[in-house]
Write a new protein. Structure first.
Length: 578
């Protein structure tokens, strides 16, 4: 006869961990845990439970009854036995899975150990490879082996990182990227049996030698070609397992994780495409300005005056004096036109605006220009010409055009002339379409049209809008008033569907006394602006200019949801890393 073994369970002071042994002095907390430690099918096992040794005595019972150990109820045993059987099955399955995983790991380790013995060497009888970048497609440089003729293709050496990877039994397909293009590379034979081949990871940098071939019929690859490798060397292995790039960044990650890992996000096809379009756009603006005989200048970023209002200034100590990061280079550009003619700059601007909207950045690339001896109509015509010419240049380049199509398939150059709408007409339009102001009331003349209402109007009209003649009270001190309606300024915001405002511009006050009156009206001390005021003192002229936010322009062209996707490392409220 088996010896009886009593297992104690106290739901009040017991523990289901290593501190409990199931004795009366160290009871378990739950019956299920007790069963998992001491199988109920074992002969002689007896479970004893009690509810509490610390709580109050139930009414009608004495102290001794609370301390009494009792066998579980029949229904309690039945329920717990069912849970016990389920837990046993789960544990058995987990054990089996762990066994299989260990078995697979042992097999893979054996394969890897065997693979270390495979050494590949470059065949010295083959032609010396020609090093190319992956965007080179000129047949005079790279000849493809054609399947029908069998005439050999150029043997090349390419370097890049593994962008995509697909392994089959006897072949490995690698899509290589070098920042210029993509190339499918095919590894076969001993090349797929090496330790390096069996442990390849995405983003590993590698050099591959091989013959360039046309892709077989009914198959596809970048530029319809592939490299049949005959030799390769791994240059820099990328992390694997839980540190692979796909674990660090993916479309499913939250935005803050993606911003923290922006350096890896930039390796993605869409992010890198936006950066390439950005570079092309900067070239296009510079070429457009050069065609119109405008000179590029480089104003300072550290200033002691404001342009757009003191509330959005980043201040710092400049050798014991207060100074700021520039909000705009406009005032400096105005000082250049007398001696240099029409000028432009492409520089960073900084706005300490605590806004987390999808179109605001604390640091952005500002494309600004000033034009001498112009009317307001001249300014609008110039803006329309510049925007249209930049788009024309972008889409005339096959590589950039393909990138824009990849990012924003429906994008087209807007038809000219662009729609021109006065501020007063926009107020009427918003009222007619029941789009309220920020206070939830119908828009009134004098309202500063909020971003949401402005964007909604632009999206409904669905074409570029030159919104003009804003009230003087809601615009900057330097803007010239309309001679025919002194209530409003000769000012313009260029609005684009999906983004809203991308350009702000105006004619500037060119009268000396009028500018002094503007300082006074705004409560500004004119003395720090003496160098700006002097432009009206020494041969003033009618002039105007504008500032275009590059990131907003790109968000429109590339169809991006937020301007944060349109700069290398976005800076906005709460983020100044990495």
């Amino acid at each position: 006869m088996a010896t009886e073994k009593k297992i104690y369970i106290d739901e009040d002071v017991g523990h289901d961990d290593a501190s409990a042994s199931g004795t009366e002095a160290a009871p378990f907390k739950t019956l299920l845990h007790a069963m998992l430690q001491y199988d109920p099918t074992t002969e002689g096992i007896q479970y004893l439970t009690r509810k509490s040794v610390t709580g109050p005595v139930e009414e009608g019972k004495d102290e001794a009854s609370r301390l009494e150990w009792k066998a579980p109820s029949a229904s309690g045993m039945k329920k717990t036995l069912k849970l016990f059987e389920g837990a046993k099955r789960k544990a058995a399955k987990a054990h089996e899975l762990a066994f299989r995983e260990k078995e697979e790991a042992d097999k893979r380790q054996a394969v890897l150990e065997e693979a270390k013995k495979v050494v590949i060497k470059e065949d010295s009888s083959l032609p010396k490879p020609v090093r190319i970048r992956l965007d080179v497609t000129d047949p005079a440089i790279v000849k493809l082996r054609a399947p029908e003729s069998g005439e050999p293709g150029t043997r090349v050496r390419v370097l890049g990182r593994i962008h995509r990877l697909r392994s089959q039994k006897d072949v490995i397909f690698i899509t290589l990227s070098d920042g210029y293009g993509l190339l499918q590379c095919v590894l076969t034979g001993d090349l797929v049996k090496t330790y390096d081949a069996l442990t390849l990871t995405l983003e590993t940098s590698i050099a591959i030698h091989g013959e360039m071939c046309a892709v077989p019929p009914k198959q596809h690859a970048p530029n319809d070609r592939e490299l049949h490798a005959d030799f390769y060397t791994v240059i820099g292995k990328a992390a694997g397992d839980k540190e692979t790039i796909t674990h660090r960044v993916s479309a499913n990650h939250d935005p803050q994780t993606l911003y923290d890992n922006r350096h890896l996000v930039l390796r993605g096809e869409n992010s890198s495409a936006v950066m390439k379009v950005r570079g092309a756009t900067l070239r296009a603006f510079r070429r457009t300005f050069e065609e119109t005989k405008m000179l590029e200048v480089t104003p300072p970023s550290m200033v002691q005056t404001q342009v757009e209002g003191g509330s959005t200034l980043f201040s710092f100590d400049y050798y014991g004096e207060p100074a700021y990061l520039t909000q705009s280079s406009q005032l400096y550009l105005e000082t250049c036109i007398a001696s240099l003619g029409d000028v432009f700059c492409i520089c960073p601007s900084f706005r300490a605006e605590k806004s987390l909207t999808r179109r605001h950045l604390s640091e952005y690339t500002h494309i600004e220009a000033e034009l001498d001896f112009i009317t307001f109509t001249d300014l609008l015509d110039h803006l329309e010409e510049v925007i249209s010419r930049v788009l024309e240049l972008l889409l005339a380049d096959p590589v950039t055009a393909q990138l824009i199509k990849q990012l924003n398939p429906t994008f087209q150059i807007p038809q000219r002339p662009f729609k021109r709408m006065r501020y007063s007409d926009a107020i009427d339009w918003l009222r007619e379409h029941d789009i309220p102001n920020e206070d939830g009331q119908p828009h009134q003349f004098g309202d500063d049209i909020a971003e949401a209402a402005e964007r909604k109007m632009t999206d409904i009209i669905n074409q570029p809008i030159f919104l003009t003649h804003f009230p003087a009270e809601i615009k900057a001190f330097y803007m010239k008033k309309d001679p025919e309606d002194p209530r409003v300024t000769e000012s313009v915001d260029v609005l684009m569907p999906g983004v809203g405002e991308i350009v702000g511009g105006s004619c500037r006050i060119d009268d000396y006394d009028e500018l002094l009156a503007a300082y006074k009206r705004e409560g500004m001390d004119p003395s720090p602006y003496y160098w700006y005021t002097d432009q009206r003192k020494y041969g003033t002229s009618p002039h105007g200019g504008y500032g275009l936010g590059l990131e907003r322009f790109l968000a429109w062209v590339c169809g991006r949801y937020t301007v944060r996707e349109c700069c290398l490392y976005p800076r906005f409220t709460g983020r100044c890393t990495p």
